[in-house]
Design a protein around this ligand. Sequence first.
Ligand SMILES: [Zn+2]
Length: 211
Amino acid sequence: MPAIPNKPYRIGRSRTGLGLFATKPIKKGTRIIRYFGPLLDSKKEDQDAIENKYLFELTNRWTIDGSIRENVARYINHACKPNAESDVRPRKRKVYIRAIKNIEPGEEINYDYGTDYFKAYLKPIGCKCDSCEKKRKKKRAEARAERARLKAKEEKKQEKKAQRRAETLPKEKVKAKAQDRSKPKARGKAGSKAKQANGKTRRLNGHRFVA
Ligand SMILES: [Zn+2]
C-alpha cells in the first residue's frame, strides 16, 4: 500500500482487512485526519434512506456520508481502547480524528466508534480490536488452566483410590483366609458323606433320588 505524501499515515493490512497506520510519530492531541463526505439531511427523505457503515451522525439532522473514496479516514478501524478519538464539531459540521496518545510509527490508528455502532456491527461478530483479542486470549488461557486443574484433581483422586485399593486388598485377603479357617472343615469320609447329603442328589441303594 502506498504511503500518502506529507501525511504521517498509510493504508495497510490490519486484522480485519485494511486499516490506517502511523508512518511517523504522532503526538498526543494532534489532529491526524478529517473524516469527511457529503452531508446528509435527515429532513430530505431520499437522503434519510441512505445506509452504509461509514455514516457519521453529527446532529439529529446532519450526517456525514464517509463512504466516498477520498475519505481516507474511513480506513480507521474501531478499537475499544483506542489511541485516537473523533473530535466532532457539529456547528461546523466537521469531524476530525485526533490522537489521544502518542502514536509510534507502525502503530495502527484507532478510535472508538461508539455504542450504537458497536451494538449494530461489532457485537454480533465479536470485536477484533487489540484489547478484545487480549481479553479473549486471557479467557481462553484461563479456561485451559481450569481444565488442566480439574484434570489434575481427577487424576489425583483416581491415584488415591488406587492406592487405597492396593492398601486394603491384602488385608481383605487375610480376612478372607481367617474366615476360611473359622469354617468347620470337612475331613475324611464322614465329611464327604455329609457334603453329599447336603447336595441335591444322593444315592440310596443304588437308586437315584432327586430331592
Ligand atoms: Zn474491542
